[in-house]
Design a protein around this ligand. Sequence first.
Ligand SMILES: [Zn+2]
Ligand SMILES: [Zn+2]
Length: 978
Amino acid sequence: MSDANTPSNEINYKETLHLPITTFPMRAGAATREPEIQAFWQDQKVYQKTLDARDKSHTFVLHDGPPYLSSDKIHIGTALNKILKDVVVRYKTQRGYYAPYVPGYDGHGLPIEAAVEKKIKGGRKAVSELELREKCREFAMSNLEGQETNFKRLGVQANWEAPYITIDAKFEARQIELFAEMVDKGFVFKGLKPVYWCPISESAMAEAEIEYADHESHSIYVKFPLKTLDKAFDAPLSDETRAILSEYPVSLVIWTTTPWTMASNVAMAVHERVEYALVELGEHGRCIIAVDLLPTVAKHSGLEKTPDILHRMTGKELRGLEARHPFIDRRSVVLSADFVTTDAGTGIVHMAPGHGPDDFFAVQGFNRSELKENPLPVISPVNGRGIFDDVDGIPESVVGQFYEKANWTFLEILKEHNALISHNTFTHSFPHSWRSHSPVIYRATDQWFINVDAFRQTALDEIKNVQWVPARGETRITTMVANRPEWCISRQRTWGVPIPAFYCENCGEVHLDSKVASWVADVFREESSDAWVKYDADHFLKGRLTCKSCGHTSFTKEKDVMDVWFDSGVTHTTVIEERSDELGNLPADLYLEGSDQHRGWFQSSLLTSVMLRNKAPYKAVLTHGFVLDENGRKMSKSQGNVVDPNTVMRELGADVLRLWVASVDYTSDVRLGANTLKQLGEIYRKIRNTCRFMIGNIAGFDPHTQTVPYEQLSTLDRYVLHRMSIVGEALTDAFENYEFHKFYQLLQNFCVVELSSLYFDVVKDVLYCNPKNDHKRLAIQTVLHQILSVISRIIIPVMPHMAEDIWSHWPEEQKPLFGLAAPPTSIIEAPWPDIDGCWRMLPEEAKSLEALLALREGVNAALEQARSNDDIGSSLEASILIQPLSSSWNFLKQHSVDLLEMLFLVSGVGLVQGQDVQQLYGEHPVVAEHELEGEYRIYVVKASGDKCQRCWQYKETVGAYHDHPSLCMRCHTAVTTS
Ligand SMILES: [Zn+2]
Ligand SMILES: [Zn+2]
């Protein structure tokens, strides 16, 4: 407040003002400061210390879903996930819960194996299985290091010393014991299932290993003669249809591009609501074809024109009919399936469940529901090299042939049996192996399954006992669990937990139970599951096993490993139960992941837990959406719209990224981009500077001896505390209900509008100019101290670095105790502020102050008008006169003139009645006036008196003191007493 016109021989009164003093920097300098703070937390063992201070019987366990260790980087979605988890855990910790957080990592699986394979010179076959596993382990562990560094940089507080890793030897040992327990309980069975198979590399292929390329295929139409009109299962057939179908022999016509799968046909599928026609198809006799496809089929059959329709029927009527296989003594049953369309073919789909997953699941469904007594078989006569084995019913002429060559042989066979209507070839996009670049086939192989039907109802019941956030998650997972088929648990890979089964070398009998698994687990515990590929069967069995069906004692090991979803799915037991000292009892309080995990981890965890203990493993499940760019588009490298969390942290800090997480409604997809970040950065700075103002202005204040009792605070002081308590309660509610986005709205509004633009603006004059130990000033400092002690704790879950930064610049002797014996070393140890209900004003008192704030708006409008007319410069050059127009006179009189002057930032405030106004115009020239909603008329007049050279207010008392002739009374006291 220096004045350029102050004569140099006068005292520089600026030095006598009490301007804020603090070392807390305006700029965060997050790139260097946040890592310093994180190092401090680590040195001080803040995570452990905070945990130890909590009551262990009062737990809240958020169980971490393990990210894959297929990369050492994290993307923005992972950052969102980890930050949300950290916000929950920090909040619960502050609320007094013992809330441990053990981070997890998923270390097995195809993405890791595939990445490692690509790096091996000479390809996979150049190394042994053991070497491959060692390389996978190394790769996973080095990625763990990278991810952990990133998670720590986000400010995530956790037991970093002892994370859980699914490739840990003890974890693997426990996992196979659990699997054996499920086998003992009868939940596991072996069966056939078609998988992608590459006959060149002789191995199963995962979806991710498939690439598409053009390929020339066959296109054939084939007749299946109806055998009987007696149905294989109960389904309607109208008398009319029955009569017309029984007149002459009738065939169903199918279309396929894989003649070699004809030998595996056991069924045909129609769509219940599609309309089918009975027609005379030239020399091929009476045939059934979908009405819509009749013209195409007619053309392929060499007919000049589309034949007349003799009869129409729906797919529903055709269900259950039985046809004869064209060249094998076997029935082919008409089923219905939703995947049947009339886009191509005949509307009747050839079903070979040994060679197609759609076929397989549809047939399994009918076997379970309609064909229980006489189920359809899965026939898979092609061996691992793609060659036809000598299997029952397979024509001799194809035995020993590669499947592609066999296509031609099957064409001959179909012709011989008068079943082939037409044959063509065409080129289309077809799945190929990424390894051999040759076409892949579906081939049914022996797999391990979990029979979900055996416990599906319990799982569905348990879903109802879980809290789903948002609530729509319940419907989602219910539908998925209700409709999921058996869980295929085996994978034909190397990098995974082996299925600990043994096969009798004499008779092939499979041996797997708890006892066998415990022998394997003993070895795994010491040497990890690498032991499985290192040793032969006897190393595990040690002569303790005899074949239960033939009495032999030599065995081979199972080659398949388990689905990685099983690894992470059993962490409720392999982690929570195994570490119950640290993690308490099941069920966990919360699982929190992206919404895609309804299909994945939430489900695999639920199913395994229900098998083991008939219970869901969690009390609540929270899901979040995906991160899109600012325009709602998917982030992708090619679009150039990817936000890298590390770049954000480097440029703006982890707290800004965390503030973003607490600003978006995570229940749907969320958006992020440069503009959002810029805005967030500004709000972050505003919040920071609000705190800086408070810490700077309580300099010299001793909270232990100078705190002004609540009753002695001014109405405005109490009003600000009142607002703090309302905001605090709303924040508590928001955190309790996992509505974190309210944090941003509430805190931003309180800091920027209520504190910065209102309260701070108004109290600056008293803080800077009043005598140091003046009561009013101490009252304001009391309020600032209390609000800072609330805000510095309320921001911990979202902006822990800023909270710690404030704490580290807070003079030791001023630090609040937070109900503890001494101020904590780190603010992270501090509890959540317990301000519910305290500081609340009576409703009428709050209302009265709010009316005054509305009046302030009117005053500001009047002052603005005077300023734009150049009648005044600063508002302090003005006095305000208020004329109540309605009955508000008494209300105004309740408030002191001091409060009004403060609030309006003017040099004087007076109240005038109707009759005074005339006089007013005479004595004090009115420079502006403004009417506020019929309630008040506000007059701006030039302040009387002279300008005080210290506080710049215009006062009559300026000039009254000979020792300081340029000071007002207040400033004179301030200068002469302090
Ligand atoms: Zn045997
Ligand atoms: Zn003054």
